[in-house]
Design a binder for this molecule. Structure first.
Ligand SMILES: [Zn+2]
Length: 277
């Protein structure tokens, strides 16, 4: 399929890679258990480069004084939540508060830990060189508030360019790309940034497909509850990326069929009008 076929077919399928960064991988400062298993299937998804309307990569990107780091709060312990000022409504402890999980220092701007995993990054560079649409969305860059979702900070006080970018037809390398109707979401960690990003995409009526072999979570309990939450919100979750691609393909065909049906009923109505006149 040529890239220009995307627009004429009009249904945009995009790949969303959440925080596939060194600090969340083995040997990182906030290593997610079993995270290394996701790299080969993600590379396989990336290799279907012509399939994607856009590839959106989120990157956790914190300043050193970030609110989520346990060592920035006196007496705070990593992996325990505390109450912090709301970024807009907080008043130095007097105004509105929000819950903030304390994390070990991770994904600090400009560090090796903040970089996208090297094989994934090399493949993205290659795909981009071939004229495909790759965009990196940085998040968590405000010291006063964390940002799990690729679309917004945790208090919904400031949005990233993510949704604006994938909601519009746009052109890269001289090729028209459709807006995103369907997103295949993969990355780290299932129970925090993946679930938040996927739920926000669903709010914009973007269908979400997730392969379990391309995601991994911080803890078993929160991962299980994230999956339950995602399923009840309408996300389509499968064991493998192969199963996801089959299901996405069927969904694209179904939607094209619907467009066809709509056209044929429109044509029928036209016929009736012409007969009547
Ligand atoms: Zn973070």
């Amino acid at each position: 399929m040529s890239s220009s076929a995307h627009l004429s077919n009009s249904i945009g399928v995009s790949l969303v890679l959440v925080d596939v960064q060194n600090d969340f991988l083995p040997e990182g400062s906030l290593a997610v258990p079993s995270s290394s298993k996701i790299i080969p299937p993600i590379l396989s998804l990336l290799s279907k480069k012509k399939y994607w309307a856009s590839i959106v990569v989120t990157q956790d990107y914190h300043p050193p004084d970030h609110i989520s780091f346990a060592d920035n709060h006196e007496g705070a312990e990593a992996f325990k939540a505390i109450q912090v000022d709301h970024p807009l409504l907080g008043r130095n402890g007097e105004g509105e508060k929000i819950e903030q999980m304390m994390w070990p220092r991770h994904c600090v701007q400009g560090t090796k830990g903040s970089e996208i995993q090297q094989d994934v990054w090399a493949m993205l560079a290659n795909v981009r060189q071939q004229g495909e649409d790759v965009v990196v969305v940085r998040k968590g860059d405000d010291p006063k508030v964390d940002g799990y979702s690729g679309l917004s900070d945790n208090a919904y006080s400031r949005f990233t360019p993510f949704i604006r970018y994938i909601s519009a037809n746009h052109s890269t390398a001289g090729v028209q790309r459709p807006s995103t109707d369907i997103a295949v979401v993969a990355g780290l960690a299932t129970d925090y940034c993946v679930v938040s990003t996927a739920l926000d995409l669903l709010k914009y009526s973007i269908a979400v497909y997730m392969p379990l072999n391309c995601i991994a979570g911080v803890s078993e309990e929160t991962t299980a509850s994230a999956i339950t939450k995602l399923r009840s919100a309408g996300a389509h979750i499968f064991d493998t990326h192969e199963e996801v691609m089959v299901a996405v393909h069927a969904e694209v065909e179904r939607r094209r069929g619907q467009e066809g049906n709509w056209m044929s009923s429109f044509t029928k109505r036209q016929n009736v009008i012409w007969k009547a006149s």
